[in-house]
Design a binder for this molecule. Sequence first.
Ligand code: KG4
Ligand code: ZN
Length: 341
Amino acid sequence: MRIFAIESSCDETAASLVDDGVKEIATVVASSSKIHEQTEGIVPEVAARKQVEYVVPVISEALDKSAKALGLKTIEDVVRGIDAVAVTSGPGLIGSLLVGVEAAKALSLAWGKPLIPVNHLVGHIYGNWLEAEVLPEFPAVVLVVSGGHTDLILMKGHGYFEYLGGTYDDAAGESFDKTARLLGISRYLGGALLSKKAAKCRKNTLSGRLPRPLLHEDNYDFSFSGLKTAVKRLVENEKNKVEVVACEFENAVVDVLVEKTIKAMKEKNVRSVILAGGVSANTQLRSRMKEAAGEVSVFVPPLKYTGDNSAYIASAAYFNQVYKKYEDIQANPSLGVMDKV
Ligand code: KG4
Ligand code: ZN
């Protein structure tokens, strides 16, 4: 089954063609993230306007690229082979989401193809089904760690989720971004840069100085907002090298993420641990989780599928085929990971 998918939830505009939820034929991603650096944060209207600017060229380029990859002469030939159109319907920024959703509705209508809405957070999980030599086995514990969400889920099968816990306040990615800004490392989306700085620290002389929020609470919940305040106090009160503070911060976040995920892995007796979302690109998180999981397989998405991408939207659509009429699909900025689209 061949699905054409669109993703436009935030500041990436992406379109992909994917076979059977596992084989990417072509993907094109455009990003307005550089523009948001200038304003030190995303201005939703600016992001939405960029989505409007990019969406048609991105779709057109993805179809061209697909024709080349499939050895077909025209875009019409590509379209003839498409079985369904999929689109992220939420969560995200409403202005951004609307652009992708309306574009997908128009394509579905013009091409006469069924339409599948996809929850963006569920989409992130399916980055683990693309280009994978071995696929995750169920039941699995899934840690979704993105810029806006931190959720721990028991995945019993495709479409069968049990919610275990999540953050009370800031998401893990958000705390990386806020701390990176506080330390003067980056003005927007600083997770990857903060991690690079942390890697330069030879000796963590601040080891244990930052809190590990909720680490020993008997639940699967997280809280990261206090951590950035603790970082602020640490840099205000003492002179410490940025890389040492970055290292201690990263350790604190990774300690909590790993401990809670492994607790769920053991208590739920799962066969796989799955990481998903932007923060799953973090090298420390990946290696520490693999180390702690022992015999249980840990799945991490290829780096290109950790950020926002339409290929895994197609994959999620394939494995959870919920068809809807175009008039029944609404962009919903506040969908949670457990919410049906
Ligand atoms: O999943 P994503 O692309 O966007 C949302 O759907 O929210 O995640 C973006 C988040 C940002 O907070 C970014 O700083 C963080 O992922 N991130 C990282 C790393 N790479 C991206 N955080 C820590 N370490 C990284 N290597
Ligand atoms: Zn995302």
